[in-house]
Design a protein around this ligand. Structure first.
Ligand code: GLN
Ligand code: ZN
Length: 756
C-alpha cells in the first residue's frame, strides 16, 4: 500500500449529483431515483481511482450536502425540532441543511460556515442538553458494503470528534466537555463495526488540530482519543490533518496509539521541520500530503521527490504518498478543457490528473527502472513557463506610495458628509446586489455565449430586466437600489473574464455548499483592466430612478481567493494588480455619477491561515491594504459599501473596520446575532447592515419576525449606523420568495422607524 487521497470530488464530472438533488427537491425525482444516481456516481468515482492505480480508496467522503452534517447525523446529533417533523432520514437531513417549510410548519436551517480556509461550507452541528450521542446512522457502513462488493480497497473516512466539537455550537449551557465520553464511545463503536467488516484503515479527519490548540484543548484531544483507541481493534486508525501544521499537538499525536498520521506538507510547510526535529516512530505509517488538493497546477516532481527523500532519510516509518487535502477543492478533470491552449493546459492537474501524479511519484520514489521519463517530462514543463507579462502593470504597482492606501477625511467626518449628501431615512433599506437569476436570464446568457443572439440583443434583454427590477425595488420601497447583476454568471468569474490575465475552464466546477458550485478562474498572467466593466449597467439603472443606485464590484481579495492563484509569485503581487484594476473601475463609476459603490469581500475571512500567529504576516498585511487601495482616492461623499458572508467574523472585527469602508452588510440571521454583540463590544465604526433575511433558505421571513430582529439590533448598535438588508445576494432565490421577503423587510423597517 503506497498511494491514497483524502477524498474525491463527489458532484460528478457533469455535476450529476447537483442536478439530481435539485430535481428531488422539486419533487421531479423520487428518493429512490436520487439514491440510484448517488450510488452510480460513487461507483464511477471509485473506479476512476482504482484504474488510476490508487492503493487505498476513500469511502464515506461522498455526501448529499456536507460531511460534517453526515458525521453529526451518523452520531444522532440532530436537533429535536427536525426530528419532530417525522420525515424520512434523507428528508430530515435536507431539512437541517436547507430549512423546512410546509404549510404552517417552518423550521430554519442549521447555520452554515466556511470550512477552514476554503470556499467550501459546512453545516454547523448543534449540541443541547438533550443531545443523545449514539451510533445510529448507516451511511458510512452502507457505502463501505457497496464499495467492498465492487472490489474496492476501501479506506473508511469520517470527520473526527475533535473537529466536530470545535466546529459545533453549544446551547443551553452545554460545553464540549459534556460530550466527551459519549463521543469516544460512539467512535470506538464505529471502529468495532469496521473491524467486523475487515476494513483495513479508518481515516479520521482532524483539520481542527492545525488551528491553535490551547492546553485545555490538548487535554480534550487526548481524552477523546484515549477513549476511542483503547478498546481492542484491528482496523488501523489514521489521524488525518490538513490545511496547516500540527505543531501544538505533534507529540501527543505521536504518543497516542494511532497507526498512521496524515500531515499536509504543502500548506503545513512547518510539518517537515516537526518530523525532522521530533522524529516519527517506525511503528506508525506517515501519510505524506504532497500533491496539492487545493490548487490546479501540476506537481513539480523534483521538488516533491526531494521532500520524500528527506523524509525517508530521517524516519524509518513506512510512507504513503497522499494528497495534501481532499480533492473536493479542485475540479474533476482538465482533460476536457480543450478550449485552453495546449501550452497552458499541460500545466493543469485537476482531481483525476492528480491521481496519475500520485502514481507516477510513487513509481519514481521506488526508482523503478523505466520511470525516468516521467521525471524528465515533468521537469521540462517547469523549465520555461511563459506567463504573460505586462510592463505597465508592474510600473504602476512599483510606484505605489503609503498614501495610496489612506482615505481622507476620516470616516466619522465622511459619515456626516454622506448623511447630508444622500438624506436617507433612519435604518436605510437595501439589498446585497443580485436579484434572482431566473431561467430566462440564464438562457439569454447561454444564447449569447453560443452566438445565437447578438451583443445588442443580449444587452437589450438585460436592460429590460434592469428597468423592471428598478421599478420593482421602487414599488417595494427600498431606499438604495441596485441594478440586479443580471449580466453575471458568478461574482468572480464575471470579473475575471473582463480582466486580462485570467484563464477559464468550461467545466471546472468546485462544490461551494450543498448543490452549489463555483467555477474559479485561473490566474495565469499579469492582471489588468482593459475597459470599464460595470459602468454601463449601473449608469443605465441610475438614469431610471431618483433613488441612489449602488454600483457593485467584487473586491480584490475575493477575486484572488476564489481564483486558483499562481504558485510562482507572492499573493501580494497578484492581489495588488487586481486592486489596481478595480481602482480604475471605481474611478469610472464615480465619474459617471454612481455615488454609492459596494465592493464585495465575502471571502476576506476564509483565507486566513489556520494559526493566529500567521494571520497578519501571511495574510491580513496584504489583504487589508489591497481593499483600501481600491477605494482610498474617492471623494468623501462617495459612499463605499462592502459585504461579507458565511464566516466567523468575530475575531477579525478590527481588520474589517480597518478596511475603512463606510458601510458593511453581512450574514447574521443564521448565527443568532452573536456577531452583533461582538461588534457592539468592539465599538465597531463602520455602519452595518446585519442580514435580517437568510437568503440561503427557501423560507420567507414574516414581517413580525423581521421586526423583532430589527428591534434586537437597534438595542445593541448605534441607531444612526444601522442598515436593513437581506444577508446575501438574492440570485439563487425565486422572485416570488425574494419580493415577498423584501416587502416584509421594508414594512418591518417602517414600523420600527415610526416607533423610535
Ligand atoms: N453582490 C453579490 C450578490 O448580491 C454578493 C454575493 C456574495 O456575497 N456571495 O450576489
Ligand atoms: Zn454574501
Amino acid at each position: 500500500m503506497t498511494t491514497t487521497i483524502i477524498g474525491f470530488p463527489r458532484i460528478g464530472q457533469q455535476r450529476e449529483l447537483k442536478f439530481a438533488t435539485e430535481k428531488y427537491w422539486r419533487k421531479q425525482l423520487t428518493q429512490n431515483e436520487l439514491l440510484q444516481v448517488a450510488a452510480q456516481l460513487r461507483k464511477n468515482h471509485w473506479k476512476v481511482q482504482q484504474e488510476a492505480g490508487l492503493d487505498l480508496i476513500p469511502v464515506g467522503d461522498f455526501s448529499f450536502f456536507d460531511n460534517l452534517l453526515d458525521t453529526a447525523n451518523l452520531l444522532n446529533i440532530v436537533p429535536k425540532r427536525y426530528k419532530r417533523l417525522g420525515l424520512s432520514p434523507l428528508a430530515e437531513y435536507f431539512a437541517q441543511a436547507r430549512g423546512y417549510q410546509q404549510g404552517e410548519v417552518a423550521v430554519k436551517a442549521l447555520p452554515m460556515k466556511k470550512w477552514f480556509n476554503t470556499n467550501y461550507h459546512y453545516i454547523v452541528p448543534e449540541f443541547t442538553t438533550d443531545t443523545d450521542i449514539k451510533l445510529v446512522g448507516d451511511k458510512l457502513f452502507a457505502e463501505l458494503d457497496e464499495a467492498l462488493k465492487q472490489g474496492i480497497n476501501a479506506k473508511a473516512v469520517v470527520i473526527g470528534p475533535y473537529t466536530l466539537l470545535k466546529l459545533s455550537r453549544f446551547l443551553e449551557d452545554t460545553t464540549a466537555k459534556n460530550f466527551v465520553p459519549a463521543l469516544s464511545a460512539a467512535y470506538a463503536e464505529i471502529i468495532a463495526r469496521l473491524d467486523q467488516k475487515k476494513i483495513d484503515w479508518l481515516q479520521i479527519d482532524e483539520p481542527a488540530l492545525c488551528l491553535d490548540v490551547t492546553a485545555t484543548e490538548k487535554e480534550l484531544f487526548k481524552e477523546l482519543y484515549t477513549g476511542i483507541l483503547t478498546p481492542k481493534h484491528t482496523t488501523k486508525v489514521l489521524l488525518q490533518t490538513y490545511f496547516g501544521d500540527l505543531r501544538d499537538v505533534y507529540q501527543e499525536a505521536l504518543t497516542l496509539p494511532f497507526d498512521g498520521i496524515g500531515l499536509d506538507f504543502l500548506e503545513g510547510s512547518y510539518n517537515a521541520e516537526l518530523v525532522e526535529k521530533n522524529g516519527f516512530p517506525a511503528t506508525k505509517t506517515l501519510f505524506a500530503g504532497v500533491v496539492n488538493g487545493k490548487n490546479v497546477w501540476r506537481n513539480h516532481y523534483v521538488t516533491t521527490l526531494k521532500l520524500l527523500k528527506e523524509l525517508t532519510q530521517t524516519i524509518a516509518a513506512p510512507i504513503v504518498i497522499n494528497s495534501s487535502t481532499s480533492l473536493l477543492h479542485v475540479p474533476y478533470s482538465a482533460a476536457t478543457e480543450e478550449q485552453l491552449p495546449a501550452d497552458v493546459r499541460q500545466h493543469l492537474a485537476f482531481a483525476t490528473e492528480k491521481l496519475v501524479e500520485l502514481k507516477e511519484l510513487d513509481a519514481l520514489k521506488h526508482d523503478k527502472i523505466g520511470n525516468q521519463q516521467f521525471l524528465e517530462k515533468n521537469d521540462a514543463l517547469f523549465a520555461n513557463v511563459k506567463h504573460p507579462y505586462n510592463a505597465a502593470v508592474h510600473a504602476q504597482s512599483d510606484h505605489l506610495q503609503p498614501n495610496d492606501y489612506e482615505r481622507t477625511p476620516e470616516r466619522k467626518e465622511r459619515q456626516q458628509l454622506q448623511k447630508e449628501e444622500f438624506k436617507l431615512p433612519l435604518l436605510p433599506t437595501t439589498t446585497i446586489g443580485s436579484f434572482p437569476q431566473t431561467r430566462d436570464v440564464r438562457q439569454n446568457r447561454a444564447k449569447f455565449r453560443k452566438g445565437e443572439i447578438t451583443r445588442a440583443q443580449y444587452d437589450k434583454f438585460n436592460e429590460e430586466k434592469i428597468a423592471r427590477i428598478v421599478k420593482i425595488q421602487e414599488e417595494i420601497g427600498l431606499d438604495v437600489l441596485v441594478h440586479g447583476e443580471y449580466e453575471r454568471n458568478d461574482m468572480v468569474e464575471y470579473f475575471g473574464e473582463k480582466l486580462d490575465g485570467f484563464i477559464f475552464t468550461k467545466n471546472g466546477w468546485v462544490q461551494s455548499y450543498g448543490t452549489r458550485g463555483v467555477k474559479p478562474p485561473i490566474i495565469w498572467g499579469d492582471i489588468s483592466r482593459t475597459a470599464p466593466i460595470t459602468v454601463a449597467a449601473s449608469v443605465f439603472a441610475k438614469n431610471l430612478t431618483a433613488k441612489p443606485v449602488k454600483g457593485m464590484l467584487t473586491g480584490p481579495v475575493t477575486i484572488f481567493n476564489w481564483s486558483f492563484p499562481r504558485e510562482d509569485i507572492a499573493p501580494k503581487e497578484t492581489v495588488t494588480q487586481i486592486a489596481l484594476a478595480l481602482q480604475g473601475e471605481v474611478f469610472d463609476l464615480e465619474s459617471n455619477g454612481i455615488k454609492i459603490i459596494q465592493i464585495d469581500e465575502p471571502a476576506l475571512r476564509e483565507n486566513l491561515p489556520l494559526r493566529k500567529s500567521n494571520w497578519n504576516q501571511e495574510y491580513l498585511d496584504w489583504a487589508v491594504p489591497a481593499f483600501r487601495l481600491v477605494h482610498s482616492k474617492v471623494a468623501p461623499t462617495t459612499q463605499i459599501h462592502t459585504h461579507m458572508c458565511y464566516s466567523e467574523f468575530g475575531d477579525i472585527i478590527d481588520a474589517i473596520d480597518q478596511l475603512d469602508a463606510d458601510v458593511i452588510s453581512f450574514e447574521a440571521s443564521r448565527a443568532d446575532f452573536t456577531l452583533i454583540d461582538q461588534l457592539a463590544a468592539a465599538d465597531f465604526q463602520t455602519e452595518v447592515g446585519p442580514g435580517v433575511y437568510d437568503i440561503h433558505s427557501p423560507r420567507i421571513p414574516a414581517e413580525e419576525e423581521v421586526e423583532a430582529l430589527i428591534e434586537q439590533i437597534i438595542k445593541k448598535l448605534p441607531l444612526d449606523r444601522i442598515w436593513i438588508n437581506p444577508d446575501c445576494g438574492l440570485k439563487t432565490r425565486s422572485e416570488e420568495e425574494s419580493f415577498a421577503s423584501l416587502r416584509n423587510i421594508v414594512e418591518a423597517t417602517r414600523k420600527v422607524r415610526s416607533s423610535v
